[in-house]
Design a protein around this ligand. Structure first.
Ligand code: ADP
Ligand code: 2JD
Length: 286
């Protein structure tokens, strides 16, 4: 049997964010608030002749939905570590749809490779490299910082070493997705970044209703809501359901009575759970 290290990282839905451009990837990132979700990425790493990344999506019963080869940010991280490994990532949520799966794939992959080759990295080092890969590939700004722990997260300074407040509600979260919204196109556009900054709310939410209120106000002002998501949010508003847009994906998330029913009028509702913990090693099989 091939020695294999397996690691997990939760995903992250941003409710609102604002880009902070620094001089290097380490000082570049975002401020904002979001939900760390238990539905993330499992990465399995084993030694190989060359770097190879296989990206799999399975449904909650384990049936294969898609399998593709290659992940530029994960390959970047493996090259930076100068390791030759085959990494298989597995998730159930749609990729590129605002569930922070690029960050989750990076954190899980680097954690697995660190254990596989006994690189002796600490959590800070793993997060720093994952964040660097996100910024270099424009796949995320604040998701790595968030996925170091669980809960509802408010990030008040940028980067994985930034200040983060967390609280841990028990409520169920629902999501609907209509597909991806390319993160690089949004965070690479100066006009979009300025409009997003103008929509950014001050302060941190102290409870779940306030998090939804701030996220919904941000979504409305951000200019980012596509028509199909706008229709879902309007139906939620009419039904008194707390909801907002998954940043950055063509989808919405919601909580409370009526959330599942309103979402089901548009697309199959996806049940999500607020994570209690951040990324971690699961096992090393000899
Ligand atoms: N599960 C995964 N495994 C490996 N790479 C991934 C995974 N999810 C996303 N990525 C990488 O990140 C890119 C998408 O980034 P982004 O649009 O930020 O996605 P997300 O919104 O899911 O974080 C993909 O093209 C792929 O290179
Ligand atoms: C919103 C986003 C810039 C991208 O998130 P995703 O599309 O999930 O990678 C996130 O990283 C953030 O800084 O809050």
């Amino acid at each position: 049997m091939v020695r294999t290290a397996v690691a997990f990282s939760p995903g992250h839905i941003s409710g609102y964010f604002m880009k902070v451009a620094g001089e290097s990837p380490a000082t570049t990132g975002s401020l904002g608030a979001g939900i760390v979700i238990e539905e993330g990425v499992v990465a399995s790493a084993s030694a190989a002749e060359t770097i190879e990344v296989v990206v799999g999506r399975r449904d909650t019963e384990g049936a294969v939905l898609s399998e593709a080869s290659g992940s530029p940010p994960v390959e970047y991280a493996l090259e930076r570590l100068d390791v030759s490994a085959r990494v298989e990532t597995r998730c159930s949520l749609p990729i590129g749809a605002g569930f922070g799966l690029s960050a989750a794939a990076l954190l899980a992959s680097i954690t697995a490779v660190d254990a596989l080759f006994d690189l002796g990295m600490d959590r800070r080092g793993i997060a720093a490299l994952a964040h660097e890969a996100e910024v270099v590939h424009s796949t995320g700004l604040g998701d790595v910082a968030a996925c170091q722990g669980g809960g509802i997260v408010c990030r008040t300074t940028p980067g994985p070493g930034g200040e983060i407040r967390r609280f841990y509600p028990e409520e169920a979260i629902w999501a609907v997705s209509f597909g991806p919204l390319p993160t690089p196109e949004v965070i690479g556009s100066q006009a979009q970044i300025e409009r997003i900054a103008a929509a950014f709310p001050e302060g941190c939410p102290s409870d779940l209703p306030e998090f939804f209120r701030l996220s919904r106000a941000f979504a409305g002002r951000s200019g980012l809501v596509p028509p199909e998501v706008g229709a879902v949010l309007a139906a939620c508003d009419a039904a008194g359901v707390r909801a907002s847009m998954t940043m950055l994906g063509r989808g919405a998330f919601a909580t409370g009575d009526g959330a599942e029913e309103v979402f089901s009028r548009f697309a199959p509702p996806i049940p999500l759970h607020i994570a209690r913990e951040g990324f971690r090693l699961l096992e090393v099989r000899a």
